[in-house]
Design a protein around this ligand. Structure first.
Ligand code: CTP
Ligand code: MG
Length: 257
């Protein structure tokens, strides 16, 4: 399990760690534990899924989707806080049905906003003082494996910002509004972003301070001029968007067991 160094005021220590990856870290370069605050945005409405309730509550291999996701992070020694971002429409259900389970996992609920970026911004206002890094992970990606969380935490510790992503496999066409293919886009440099996405606390706070909106957090951090690095994810780290994804997740989890 990696422990993460706190971001230094100058950034020099980060650079030294990045340039000398094989050197064992001395104790003062590492936090003993509990460096990462985990934000799990769950405050959408699941429009594309099409169920009467938010898709986070869908049953999946014996428990709800969002509980699978939470359990990937609960109890990790490098996690100091878990913030579950909940829609006002779900707040009552969440407290009534899951209050004790959330308390047992030390999860704090935060009220979500109209967009995913608004939801993350609300959670950032509740960050623990102990958190040197912030990890944002969609509550609807329940299949992420601990080894991949380890890998993206470790990369962020060295670079300040890292995300899981997948090299794009299909042949990609650029198409005009009439449906005519304009060109085949070279895919060698194309990666599909996933979560977790992990950032130095100060970088992510600054990225959100401007009030911008984006479909992921890496875009906002990059817009400030920081380099963000990819860690190879895997196709089974799927996001539940439609009912078909739930069937896929069921199969993935049965193989992980
Ligand atoms: N999310 C959020 N707050 C919002 C919108 C989305 O916290 N205002 C969360 C979702 O709950 C989900 C994650 O962001 O865990 C990724 O979003 P997405 O898959 O798009 O979920 P929904 O927005 O719920 O689905 P849809 O776009 O189909 O309505
Ligand atoms: Mg959405």
């Amino acid at each position: 399990m990696p422990s993460l160094p706190l971001p230094s005021a100058t950034g020099n220590r980060q650079l030294a760690i990045e340039n000398d990856k094989n050197r064992p870290s001395s104790p003062d370069e590492r936090l003993p534990s509990a460096a990462v605050s985990v934000i799990l945005p769950a405050a959408g409405s699941g429009t594309r899924f099409g169920a009467p309730a938010n898709k986070i509550f869908q049953p999946l291999a014996g428990k709800e989707v969002f509980l699978w996701t939470l359990e990937r992070f609960a109890g990790r020694p490098d996690v100091c806080q878990i913030l579950l971002v909940v829609s006002p429409a779900d707040a009552e259900t969440m407290a009534r049905r899951y209050g004790p389970a959330l308390a047992a996992m030390n999860v704090t609920c935060v009220e979500g906003g109209p967009t995913r970026s608004d939801s993350v911004r609300n959670a950032l206002a509740q960050l623990s003082a102990a958190a040197g890094f912030v990890c944002v992970h969609d509550a609807v990606r329940p299949c992420v494996r601990g080894e991949l969380i380890d890998a993206v935490f470790a990369r962020a510790a060295r670079t300040g910002a890292a995300i899981l992503a997948e090299p794009v496999a299909p042949t990609i066409k650029e198409v005009d509004p009439s449906g005519r293919i304009l060109r085949t886009v070279p895919r060698e440099a194309l990666w599909a972003a996933q979560t977790p996405q992990v950032f130095r606390r100060d970088w992510l706070l600054a990225a959100y301070a401007a009030g911008a909106q984006a479909t992921d957090d890496a875009q906002l951090v990059q817009a400030l001029g920081h380099d963000v690095f990819v860690v190879p994810g895997e196709p089974r780290n799927i996001k539940i968007t439609t009912p078909g994804d739930l069937v896929m997740a069921e199969a993935i989890l049965s193989h992980q067991a």
